[in-house]
Design a protein around this ligand. Structure first.
Ligand SMILES: [Zn+2]
Length: 462
């Protein structure tokens, strides 16, 4: 039986297995789900063994485990390393989901007329890494696995991949490969397949502003003692100027400026501003002056408040002058910004903005480096050929606003080319309520991955 026939005849089971995996609430950020995160790791290990791996193990780390698996057909053949993550974002706020986040259901949507799987983690990243497990199974079962394959599926991607670097450094030999496949990004559309070649980095900060040593009566003290929430809002507002340019000194020093020609090519990707606005129900887009929306999310750094709190937020009114105010602030970075350097620049500048009436603490949560990957490597060309085969169209190289910090880590430590082989759509509500992943995307992804193995072997020999 050919690989594609095998996929066709096992569709129902392939789908049901993914649904089982999605039922495990493996939320890495919330300790309440600790057992489930471990359970998901076991599930991944078992599924690799069932698919035909010689070795599959749950490798302990200082945090959640990394599942490693491999099938070595012949040491002389090229080796593909697959990276993915089995942990998911928290599902809150639950009330905004149309169906419970860990009880997957399949429903039609305008972008997925054949149905999409609604569940936390369906697109990010369970549905996407599981395509690799199923493609592997199909190639094994049909006796046609053209390359060696290794899997490294982690459980801490959504909380910063804290233990991945150590694992990579300690297992360089084991992870040796000729190409790394990562399906954790999206394509432009089913009609316009694309491969991500640029990713933004991230620096995530938390700030605490303290006024008086305790909450005060806003009548007795209001107007005479600094209100840390008022102060924090003002400080945040001054992090950007009227052109939406970030004011932190030195922030843009290492930003790579693209040539006019590169910018032109980037803007060739199909993009309908009116549709973009109407989908989000906004009247106008917003961003740095002098750049298009595609550029704002692809090649420019940002600064955003992700959460802000303090004082009284309960029912009714309480006339309090709070002692403390907090905010979580993240910055998306572009090549060649260094996230640790940016964290330091932020800290110094933010502290300098504080009036003497308050005390400020700044803490760096986590971060990751931005990355650009080659669009001429053997791996990229194989991915391009595979997509052309299954979609009938040559994929467009794109730059994405999101961050996958491990891309830079892999480039540096493993020395092979990562290919960002994502099959989701940007409308799949990643990290949001009602996250979903197209059923068709899932199956075309499995077929494309199998095609990649064939092309990669062929091109590696050429
Ligand atoms: Zn992800």
């Amino acid at each position: 039986m050919s690989v594609n026939n095998y996929i066709q005849t096992h569709k129902e089971r392939f789908l049901n297995e993914l649904l089982d995996l999605l039922r495990i609430p493996s939320v890495s950020a919330d300790p309440k789900f600790k057992d489930d995160v471990f359970k998901a790791a076991e599930f991944v290990k078992e599924s690799l063994l069932k698919a035909g791996a010689d070795v599959a193990e749950v490798c302990e780390t200082a945090g959640y485990p990394i599942v490693y698996g491999e099938k070595i057909v012949d040491p002389n053949l090229p080796t593909v390393l697959v990276y993915g993550h089995y942990d998911v974002q928290p599902a809150d706020p639950y009330e905004l989901w149309d169906s419970p986040p860990f009880e997957p259901v399949i429903k039609k949507t305008p972008n997925h007329p054949e149905g999409a799987i609604f569940a936390r983690g369906s697109a990010d990243d369970k549905g996407q890494f599981y395509m690799h497990v199923k493609a592997f199974e199909a190639m094994m079962a049909s006796g046609d696995l053209p390359c060696n394959v290794k899997f490294m599926i982690e459980g801490e991607e959504e909380v910063g991949s804290d233990n991945l670097e150590t694992f990579v450094l300690e297992n360089k030999e084991k992870l040796k490969s000729d190409v790394i496949l990562i399906s954790d990004t999206h394509m432009i559309s089913m009609q316009d397949p694309s491969i991500t070649v640029g990713l933004r980095g991230l620096t995530y900060m938390e700030v605490e502003v303290t006024g008086a040593n305790r909450d005060l009566h806003s009548g007795t003290y209001g107007g005479a003692v600094a209100n840390p929430i008022n102060v924090l809002c003002k400080m945040i507002a001054s992090l950007r100027d009227e052109n939406e340019h970030i004011t932190i000194p030195g922030f843009y020093d290492k930003v790579q400026e693209l040539s006019a020609e590169q910018r032109e090519r980037l803007n060739e990707a199909p993009f309908d501003l009116e549709e973009y606005k109407s989908k989000l129900e906004i009247d106008e887009v917003h961003g740095e002056k002098g750049f298009t929306t595609i550029e704002r999310v692809g090649i420019r750094p940002t600064l955003d408040v992700n959460g802000i709190w303090g004082g009284y937020t309960g029912e009714g009114a309480k006339t309090v002058l709070p002692s403390k105010a907090y905010a979580k602030i993240s910055m998306r970075l572009v090549p060649d910004q260094d996230w640790k350097e940016i964290a330091k620049l932020f800290e110094d500048y933010f502290k300098s903005l504080a009036p003497a009436s308050v005390k400020v603490k700044v803490r760096s949560h986590h971060g990751g480096s931005p990355a650009v990957v080659s669009d001429t490597s053997v791996g990229y060309r194989a991915a391009e050929a595979a997509m052309e085969e299954t979609f009938g169209k040559r994929p467009i190289p794109t730059r994405e606003g999101g961050s996958i910090p491990i891309v830079a880590l892999f480039q540096k430590e493993l020395g092979s080319d990562p290919i960002l082989f994502g099959f989701g759509l940007d409308t799949d509500a990643l990290h949001s309520p009602n996250e979903h992943y197209g059923v068709q995307n899932y199956f075309i992804g499995i077929e494309t991955i199998a095609a990649f193995f064939r092309h990669f072997k062929k091109l590696s020999e050429a």
